[in-house]
Ligand binder design. Structure first.
Ligand SMILES: [Zn+2]
Length: 228
């Protein structure tokens, strides 16, 4: 059986037993979208239920504002997009890792730039995960709890026992996501070993089965009870 890990953003109030440092959140900050990116995202409006209004998929390449000139090996946006430097991209490509594409990122502005110039900021790429893990194993607790035929909105229940990957459905990519949790980047042992061997900064690795639901309402408590 394979082991899988979530590759994610450091949070200052967490502890990371496997890999990652909480202080990286403050040290590296997060990147913001520019107004042009916000404006480019289409809105989805449900013809039946106004509560289903939401943002659609972003189509334009990321244009960002960095919170400081200090750039780690990974950069995360407030929308949880994962950005990597040339160095990390080289490492991933040389290792032959699969399950991702890259898109260019334009750094439009850097806060607290001081005397440094925008050109000195390392080039960044958006890591777009394309690998598929299918449905998580039922013991995860993850399943469809609500589906709107009118606008296509689908809600999945929370995970109760981490995210358990069904290896029969997994396409064997090194980077992949499971249905319902597109922002949780899952990676294989190979990726985990490479990140730790190179001590890559500003990312955390959590065993997928050890993921704990954050301090927020569970979707099943909001959707099952109200029935919408
Ligand atoms: Zn709807």
């Amino acid at each position: 059986m394979n082991s899988f890990y979530e590759l994610g953003t450091p949070y200052g109030d967490e502890k990371y037993e496997l890999y990652g440092r909480p202080e990286w959140e403050e040290e590296f900050g997060r990147a913001e979208w520019t107004d042009a990116v916000h404006d480019s995202v289409p809105g989805i409006v449900c013809p039946v239920n106004p509560g289903h209004r939401r943002a659609g998929d972003r189509t334009m390449d990321l244009h960002i504002i960095l919170s400081s000139p200090r750039v780690g090996d990974f950069v995360w946006t407030w929308q949880s997009e994962c950005l990597i430097t040339d160095r990390v991209l080289d490492l991933f490509q040389q290792a032959g890792l699969t399950g991702f594409e890259i898109r260019p990122v334009v750094v439009e502005k850097v806060k607290r730039l001081g005397k440094r110039r925008l050109e000195e900021i390392p080039r960044l790429w958006e890591l777009v995960v394309t690998g598929k893990g299918g449905d998580a194993r039922p013991e995860s607790g993850i399943g469809v709890i609500y589906r709107c035929e009118a606008c296509g909105m689908v809600r999945y229940s929370s995970y109760q026992n981490g995210i358990l990957v069904d290896e029969q459905q997994w396409d064997r990519s090194d980077f992949f996501t499971v249905n319902g949790y597109p922002k949780y980047i899952l990676v294989t042992e190979r990726v985990k070993d490479l990140i730790i061997a190179h001590r890559l900064t500003n990312c955390v690795l959590i065993p997928a089965e050890a993921l704990r639901w954050p301090d927020m309402p569970r979707p099943e408590d909001m959707y099952l009870i109200k029935g919408k």
